[in-house]
Design a protein around this ligand. Structure first.
Ligand SMILES: [Zn+2]
Length: 181
């Protein structure tokens, strides 16, 4: 049989497919920022210190892959577009948490920092990897989850809510996007 050299992005292995999409530093960092509520091009650029053309390319790729969706918003008397997480994008929250945990244990920064924490908004308890709250015992959904990154701020930041699934594919045509999640 002729080997047609199907790339990992098309192959049968889901780790290969996910890796070909996520295995790039900017994509992960844009995801992290989107998870923590950033939406606008200028916000990502300011926070990441990334060149315009690189950021634009990564955002386009993430929209094409269904991780983000472009949504119009009013800016003064102009309509601009911002980038919202889809369900598929928001579903990466546990992946980023696992990366944070691994990074804390196995990589070292220039300064020692306390680990990132995922907490239950209602009671402030830490979440286990399966999202059970260690304080009140509740099984905590994404809408009740917040992250604390102590090197950034001691304040917990709620995870951004994903847009409604219906909005996902419509922005490509410039059609009105329904549902703001
Ligand atoms: Zn709790």
């Amino acid at each position: 049989m002729n080997d047609t050299k199907i790339g990992h992005d098309q192959g049968p292995c889901p780790i290969g497919r996910a890796g070909s999409l996520l295995g790039e530093r900017w994509v992960l960092l844009i995801l992290r920022d989107a998870m923590l509520g950033l939406r606008r091009f200028d916000e990502f650029r300011g926070h990441l210190g990334i060149a315009d053309n690189i950021l634009a390319g990564r955002l386009r790729r993430m929209v094409e892959a269904g991780l983000l969706v472009k949504t119009p918003y009013q800016d003064g008397n102009r309509i601009r577009e911002e980038y919202r997480l889809t369900e598929a994008g928001a579903d990466l929250a546990p992946v980023l948490r696992a990366l944070a945990d691994w990074g804390h244990r196995h990589t070292g920064g220039a300064e020692e920092a306390a680990p990132m924490r995922a907490v239950h908004v209602d009671c402030g308890g830490d979440l286990r990897p399966d999202n059970q709250c260690t304080r009140c015992g509740a099984k905590v959904g994404r809408e009740e989850e917040a992250w604390i990154r102590p090197w950034h701020s001691p304040a917990p930041v709620r995870l951004a809510a994903p847009t409604a699934a219906a909005a996902r594919r419509e922005s490509a045509t410039g059609a009105t996007v329904v549902g703001s999640g």
